[in-house]
Design a protein around this ligand. Structure first.
Ligand SMILES: Nc1ncnc2c1ncn2[C@@H]1O[C@H](COP(=O)(O)OP(=O)(O)OP(=O)(O)O)[C@@H](O)[C@H]1O
Length: 275
């Protein structure tokens, strides 16, 4: 199960499918046939959120997934951690086949190899900022002194060294987002999954957070899968990006390539409306 990657990619996804309302595991070919069934085509309960997506993200790359609301971005990024179970396809992260892991392996893998930042910070309200940042390390069994030290260092890195003893509610949205970022970074995972982490922040703070992420990325060289519906953000952060529509990747390329040569009307409208 744990084969090595030969490509140097940190994340490799092949023929990934997710249909809500369908719990069974199928082959990609079966999913393809299933997706053509008249009951689905004519819109019944099942929603095919991810349709036959394949791509890889290289070590140290920021790969942005962009698309309109409902195009399947969150479902896709959640599939990588198996927070949503895909119906078909393979996910390989750091050379490990995530799709083949049992529950125990998956829990260990999530704790050590990947970290995720969500739009809603998900901070624990009754724990201090320092404890929030240290929490992931606690779950991994790191002793108290070491985790407090690492959490304090990371708070300094994100500019919140004086806020460790406060509770999340006393911080602004932007500061809470920094805590969320620190909590993900302190875990020292090579792969970072970020689902609209800066939406909901006011534009100036958002810009600041983007700069902060780029700065940290220069130092830490994480492999980042980043979901946004904002072209400006995608252009600023992404080495490459994919535009998603109706569960599929409509176009993959560098942000410049996509803006200069949109492959169809959907991408064209997307790019135009976001400019
Ligand atoms: N738990 C669920 N059960 C059923 N359908 C779902 C579920 N989660 C998402 N969907 C559907 O799957 C499709 C893709 O949703 P998803 O949230 O992945 O899109 P998105 O691009 O992330 O949208 P947004 O930008 O609004 O977050 C949508 O049609 C959505 O209604």
């Amino acid at each position: 199960m744990e084969h090595d990657t030969v490509t140097g990619s940190r994340i490799e996804i092949t023929h990934l499918w997710k249909a809500f309302g369908l719990s069974r595991r199928k082959t990609p070919a079966e999913m393809d046939r299933y997706s053509r069934e008249p009951s689905l085509v004519h819109g019944k309960k099942q929603v095919i959120a991810v349709r036959d997506i394949s791509f890889s993200v290289d070590e140290g790359e920021v790969f942005v997934i962009m698309g309109l609301s409902g195009s399947g971005k969150s479902t896709l990024i959640r599939c990588v951690l198996r927070l949503v179970e895909p119906n078909a396809g393979e996910i390989v992260v750091n050379g490990k086949n995530v799709t083949a892991m049992d529950k125990k392996q998956l829990i260990a893998f999530r704790r050590t190899q990947m970290a995720m930042v969500f739009q809603h910070f998900g901070l624990l309200p009754h724990r201090t900022v320092l404890d929030n940042v240290a929490f992931g390390l606690k779950v991994r069994g790191v002793d108290k002194k070491e985790r407090s030290g690492k959490a304090a260092d990371m708070l300094k890195t994100v500019g919140l060294e004086h806020w460790g003893s406060q509770y999340p509610a006393s911080l602004s949205g932007g500061m809470q987002q920094r805590v969320g970022l620190a909590r993900a970074l302190v875990q020292d995972a090579d792969v970072l999954l970020m689902d609209e982490p800066f939406s909901g922040l006011d534009p100036l703070i958002r810009r600041e957070m983007q700069e902060e992420l780029l700065r940290l990325q220069r130092e830490m060289k994480k492999t980042i899968l980043f979901v946004t519906h904002d072209l400006d953000e995608a252009m600023r952060l992404g080495n490459r990006m994919a535009v998603m529509g109706d569960g599929m990747f409509v176009q993959i390329g560098t942000p410049e390539e996509i803006v200069q040569n949109p492959v169809n009307d959907y991408v064209h409208r997307f790019v135009k409306n976001n400019c």
